[in-house]
Ligand binder design. Structure first.
Ligand code: TYD
Ligand code: MG
Length: 452
């Protein structure tokens, strides 16, 4: 009997080595290289390969006809939005997220509502567990078949029998193929089973939705090449202590990656949140100092986000600076700007910053709301609740314009804000009457406008 061939793989990035090493030379992680059994490979040169019969033929680019990709609408508007209009036939989608965030719930919910025949394959839960969950979601759909299986050959057998139009796999880390001896969840199994599923998806034009676990640093467990192999990579994230969940596309071969889906985890499953701005602004009766509302954009979607700051006298020699949902380095920069350009002595103060709703924001338009909330807390003067802010702050204390200002103003107007503060340099074509637009050029201007 031939000796089983083994190779060493880095469990973090998927690099292959001939011998064991303590540190992966490509991703620099320690102790991630593991020996895996792979199948004996026959040595072939490319000419021998080319004798194989094939249906594919090279075409001149001018001869290729474009057929618009066929999409299946999932009845879940947030999901459709993130995908760019629905599931593309024959596409391979990978959904990653922390344990317990709601990946299985989301895909089961989609499987139960999509108007197609679905095969939901689970290697993690039993059929009755899934049935119980489906009952909780209050949607029992007769066109959804549940299979508990982890062997891909058996899965393909079931697929042949059932002829589903959509396949869901929960999760890729539980699958194994008979052709490889490594254990489920190992790099070579993940790579091989994904390759088999991709082949199936492309040949039969059936969309396949995969669930993938993530490692503690937030990457999808398994080789990085897994993300290269699939067409769409979605990330399901959120704070376990909050009920809101955000679905983003990290990669999308058929649409933009800028779109965002927002859900709320209820005891009857995930609810689509159509108007996210409402939930991100905390309801309160009185005006409180230290809060300001930013008109931000996540992708192409406007989001009104509440920024809260607390400024207090520092007890220790070095003042504390802490921020949740916002970059601490950027906070320090804004504090330095306030100190230098506007003469606020914040060096002896602790500053805490929080973005409501457990959301992380990258949009620089939030800067103005950040400094306004800090000033508001420092002066102990509340900002009226119907004011909002959208501008970036420069190092010279200048208030800089942000993109798509019209869209932000429109959203603020729609939600009943009466005043929006923007940069003087933002050009606006139309003059609106319902919302007052205040243009500011420097940090000093905003201070005189609000606090004196
Ligand atoms: P699950 O989909 O199993 O997470 P994942 O597959 O990402 O590991 O979600 C599990 C969590 O969701 C669990 O803590 C219970 C909660 N949940 C609800 O709050 N409401 C529901 O209707 C369901 C089905 C789950
Ligand atoms: Mg799960």
């Amino acid at each position: 009997m031939a000796k089983a061939k083994t190779t060493f793989f880095c469990q973090n990035c998927g690099s292959q080595y001939a011998k064991w090493l303590g540190q992966c030379t490509s991703c620099k992680e320690w102790n991630t290289i593991v020996e895996e059994i792979i199948q004996k490979e026959e040595k072939r040169n490319w000419k021998q390969n080319s004798t194989k019969k094939t249906n594919s033929k090279a075409l001149n680019i001018s001869e290729i006809s474009i057929n618009k990709e066929d999409r299946i609408s999932t009845k879940n508007n947030e999901f459709n939005r993130v995908l760019g209009g629905g599931l593309v036939k024959g596409s391979m989608l990978l959904l990653g997220g922390e344990p317990g965030i709601g990946k299985s719930t989301l895909l089961l919910q989609i499987a139960l509502t999509i108007p197609k025949k679905v095969l939901y394959v689970s290697g993690e839960e039993s059929q009755s567990q899934i049935k119980m969950r489906a009952e909780r979601l209050q949607s029992l759909h007769t066109n959804c078949l549940i299979l508990t299986e982890t062997n891909t050959q058996n899965i393909f057998r079931a697929i042949e029998e059932v002829q589903p139009e959509v396949v869901v796999i929960d999760s890729i880390q539980t699958l194994y193929t008979e052709y490889i001896e490594a254990s489920p969840g190992s790099i070579s199994q993940i790579r091989e089973t994904t390759a088999e599923l991709i082949k199936f998806a492309k040949e039969t034009a059936t969309p396949v939705l995969l669930i993938g676990h993530i490692t503690k640093d937030g990457n999808i467990a398994g080789p990085k090449i897994l993300e290269h192999m699939v067409d769409v990579v979605l990330q399901f994230e959120g704070d376990r202590n909050h009920t809101y969940r955000i679905l983003r596309a990290n990669k999308n071969r058929f649409g933009s990656t800028a779109e965002l889906g927002i859900y709320e985890m209820l005891n009857v499953g995930l609810r689509e949140v159509e108007n996210p701005s409402e939930i991100l602004i905390s309801q309160k009766e009185d005006d409180l100092s230290g809060t300001a509302i930013a008109a931000t954009l996540e992708g192409v979607r406007p989001l009104m986000i509440e920024v809260q700051a607390l400024v207090s006298t520092a007890v220790y020699g070095t003042p504390q600076r802490s921020a949740t949902g916002y970059d601490t380095k950027r906070l320090n920069m804004l504090l330095a700007v306030l100190e230098k350009r506007a003469g606020f002595r914040l060096g002896a103060k602790d500053v805490f910053l929080n973005i409501a709703g457990g959301i992380k924001v990258d949009d620089p338009a939030i800067d103005l709301a950040v400094i306004v909330s800090i000033l508001s807390s420092n002066e102990d003067m509340a900002i009226p609740q119907d004011y909002c802010f959208a501008a970036e702050i420069g190092l010279a204390g200048e208030i800089r314009p942000v993109n798509r200002i019209e869209q932000r103003i429109l959203e603020a107007e729609k939600l009943g804000f009466h005043k929006i503060f923007i940069s003087k340099f933002n050009k606006i074509s139309k003059n609106r009457s319902a919302i007052k637009i205040v243009k500011v050029a420097k940090v000093e201007d905003i201070f005189t406008n609000l606090f004196s």
